[in-house]
Design a protein around this ligand. Structure first.
Ligand SMILES: *[C@@H]1O[C@H](CO)[C@@H](O)[C@H](O)[C@H]1NC(C)=O
Ligand SMILES: *[C@@H]1O[C@H](CO)[C@@H](O)[C@H](O)[C@H]1NC(C)=O
Ligand SMILES: *[C@@H]1O[C@H](CO)[C@@H](O)[C@H](O)[C@H]1NC(C)=O
Ligand SMILES: *[C@@H]1O[C@H](CO)[C@@H](O)[C@H](O)[C@H]1NC(C)=O
Ligand SMILES: *[C@@H]1O[C@H](CO)[C@@H](O)[C@H](O)[C@H]1NC(C)=O
Ligand SMILES: *[C@@H]1O[C@H](CO)[C@@H](O)[C@H](O)[C@H]1NC(C)=O
Ligand SMILES: *[C@@H]1O[C@H](CO)[C@@H](O)[C@H](O)[C@H]1NC(C)=O
Ligand SMILES: *[C@@H]1O[C@H](CO)[C@@H](O)[C@H](O)[C@H]1NC(C)=O
Ligand SMILES: *[C@@H]1O[C@H](CO)[C@@H](O)[C@H](O)[C@H]1NC(C)=O
Ligand SMILES: *[C@@H]1O[C@H](CO)[C@@H](O)[C@H](O)[C@H]1NC(C)=O
Ligand SMILES: *[C@@H]1O[C@H](CO)[C@@H](O)[C@H](O)[C@H]1NC(C)=O
Ligand SMILES: *[C@@H]1O[C@H](CO)[C@@H](O)[C@H](O)[C@H]1NC(C)=O
Length: 528
């Protein structure tokens, strides 16, 4: 086993004595990471898989259970697995990000992840957390409530995970290595997938179509997961209304929608009543997933994955009419604002929303793209011959060679990280206005240190430096409440008055709106 190795957030303070946990079961899994030949879009490629499956196996657990997964690395690249959204209460070293909470698992080695799922119900997912290995190494985590505890909505007759991904004809490891070398944006994917399958709207792909067979009158719960590397996706099923009941393994006040928007790293449970147009002849209904993006055409994959909703009795698909849902325009910036405004916590006696009302520590983070200069002896393909660099408050993250948590645990942080990430931009500017002339960012391995149980507010502000774009942000080890969001620049004198502190949605991943801002709050209750 590798040594226990920290998170970007380091907490100091007394540890709480946990109340005696109710005894859950332990779920054991073995993940053998190995290459497997897979054919998509007419060509065959050997890809890293778990247990030969693509997408990988489903982890099924209950709120309160322990999950133990032995991961064996039988591929040439380093691997770690991240249990995306699992709180990892005081088990930060099992969270998975390479060089943050652990050293990677080398070829031929194994590592046992061992954690409990506490106070979460719904859907999460696991994925590799080194480089771009997650392009093919991912799978669902299904979390049922504790034994005997019902859902706060009608019990579905059947539950089906639907995991979206991005398929690359080239090796994703080569793509990201090239992008880091040249400084250009990485090559875009060749297809989106639904449960690993692109569907009939791509060449050579009609037999690789996800089919969901349903019976009229039955209630289905689709556990939607966006495991795509880069793109936010619209999802819709022709002639069917979806009822959103849970996001990121936390219940929400149910609401109906024709279209779901799901950001990479997010999950959404929706109910689907199989009951189309009674009295009409049987039909086949397409389900579609395609991006929401404000980027320039050509800089992102704008193709469409399709699956099929089939009514029994099957066998007459070709003769049935085929219905296609209508998706919003790719750059429909009003949709994400309206959709997120509808997401509300249950905030009931059983499922309270423990929203921090006071703020001990407030952060204002600019989030966006800048540039790094091109090394003298190289030519670069980023803006004006520079290299693209993503940054927070103008600091681009340098991956350390020692895991942050390990450095902290052994009290050897010197040379690994510094605790001086600016809590606000050093030089304020019009974040969504005319870009500054100097687009250079600095580099560093900088962290924020928080006191145990501090209440924290983070406002994330998109920048238009190299084009306003929506950026998904995921917080490890915590759920947070999305208390506000808006267009343009955040105004600390004006906007907090409009924050929702009653029933804001609780989640682990949020999109910083293109040319806008989002405010989150959480309690720093998970040292690590
Ligand atoms: C994939 O197929 C190629 C060509 O048939 C073969 O040489 C290779 O061993 C296969 N790889 C795996 C991992 O099965
Ligand atoms: C793989 O991980 C080990 C640490 O576990 C590290 O020493 C090595 O440099 C990594 N290899 C690559 C190619 O990143
Ligand atoms: C998992 O962790 C628990 C609590 O520390 C421990 O009792 C158990 O032995 C561990 N299981 C494995 C397989 O390591
Ligand atoms: C990425 O795209 C560029 C330009 O089209 C191409 O030259 C390069 O080979 C591609 N990289 C990979 C890994 O396919
Ligand atoms: C999709 O991207 C291609 C270029 O890659 C572009 O020609 C086309 O107009 C785009 N379509 C939409 C709907 O943006
Ligand atoms: C099903 O949806 C299609 C297109 O979205 C629409 O044209 C058709 O009228 C709908 N059928 C019914 C019965 O609602
Ligand atoms: C979306 O793109 C279309 C076509 O490129 C453009 O005409 C329209 O103004 C864009 N809408 C928004 C909201 O940016
Ligand atoms: C470029 O220069 C750096 C040092 O500045 C050196 O490490 C690297 O090997 C050089 N690369 C090439 C391709 O010459
Ligand atoms: C690139 O250079 C041109 C001319 O010097 C300048 O107008 C433009 O703002 C620069 N763009 C970026 C992204 O730096
Ligand atoms: C920031 O830039 C935007 C877009 O150009 C403009 O509408 C706004 O007035 C500017 N804000 C300030 C405070 O200058
Ligand atoms: C940016 O560059 C332009 C043209 O060179 C110049 O007019 C302007 O004053 C510069 N802006 C700032 C903030 O330096
Ligand atoms: C930041 O790091 C990148 C790549 O690691 C390097 O090319 C660049 O020169 C660095 N920039 C600064 C300002 O140190």
């Amino acid at each position: 086993m590798e040594p226990p190795c920290l998170a970007l957030l380091v907490f100091f303070g007394t540890l709480l004595v946990l109340p005696q946990a109710s005894v859950g079961s332990t779920r054991h899994y073995t993940f053998n990471v190995a290459m497997q030949n897979v054919t998509r879009l007419g060509s065959t490629r050997a890809i890293p898989t778990v247990n030969g499956k693509f997408p990988g196996p489903k982890i099924v657990t209950r709120d309160g259970d322990r999950v133990v997964v032995k991961v064996i690395n039988n591929v040439k690249d380093n691997v770690t697995i991240h249990w995306h959204g699992v709180r990892q209460l005081r088990t930060g070293w099992y969270d998975g990000p390479a060089y943050v909470t652990q050293c990677p698992i080398r070829t031929g080695r194994s590592f046992v992840y061992n954690f409990t799922v506490t106070g979460q119900r719904g859907t999460l997912f696991w994925h590799a957390h080194v480089s771009w290995m997650r392009a093919t190494l991912y799978g669902p985590i299904v979390i049922f409530p504790k034994h005997g505890v019902p859902y706060p909505f009608p019990k579905p007759d059947k539950e089906v995970p639907i995991i979206f991904g991005e398929w690359f004809n080239a090796d994703p490891e080569v793509i990201i290595a090239q992008a880091l070398q040249t400084g250009a944006g990485p090559n875009v994917s060749d297809a989106f997938t639904i449960n690993g399958l692109p569907g009939p709207l791509y060449n050579f792909s009609s037999k690789d179509t996800f089919k969901l067979k349903v019976q009229p009158g039955k209630l289905y719960m689709l556990r939607l997961i966006n495991a795509a590397l880069n793109d936010e996706l619209f999802f819709s099923i022709a002639n069917h209304t979806l009822t959103v009941v849970d996001v990121d393994a936390a219940y929400v006040k149910p609401f109906d929608t024709e279209v779901v928007l799901i950001t990479p790293g997010q999950t959404t449970n929706v109910l689907l009543r199989a009951n189309p147009h009674p009295g009409c002849p049987p039909a086949t209904h397409l389900m579609l997933a395609r991006p929401y993006s404000t980027a320039n055409p050509g800089t992102f994959d704008n193709t469409t994955a399709a699956g099929v909703l089939e009514y029994a009795p099957p066998g007459h698909i070709k003769t049935h009419p085929l219905f296609r849902p209508t998706l919003p325009p790719i750059n429909d910036t009003a949709f994400p604002a309206n959709f997120s405004a509808r997401l509300r916590s249950l905030a009931s006696a059983e499922y309270p929303a423990n929203v921090p009302r006071e703020v001990d520590r407030a952060f204002f983070f600019t989030v966006g793209l800048g540039t790094n200069p091109c090394p003298a002896n190289q030519t670069c393909q980023g803006p004006n011959g520079t290299k693209f660099a993503a940054s927070i408050n103008n600091v681009s993250f340098d991956m350390p060679a020692t895991a942050l948590l390990q450095a902290r645990y052994y009290d050897r942080v010197a040379g690994v990280y510094t605790a001086d990430l600016p809590f606000e931009p050093l030089e304020p500017f019009n974040y969504t206005g005319t870009p500054p002339n100097n687009t250079n960012v600095s580099n560093g391995t900088k962290v924020v240190v928080l006191r145990y149980n501090a209440s924290v507010q983070v406002v994330m502000q998109d920048t238009s430096i190299l084009g306003a774009e929506s950026h998904p942000l995921h917080l490890h080890g915590f759920d947070f409440f999305v208390v506000g969001q808006g267009n343009g620049n955040y105004d600390p004198a004006k906007h907090p008055a409009g924050f929702n502190l009653l029933d804001p949605v609780q989640r682990n991943t949020v999109a910083v709106p293109a040319g806008g801002w989002v405010a989150i709050r959480f309690f720093a209750d998970n040292p690590g």
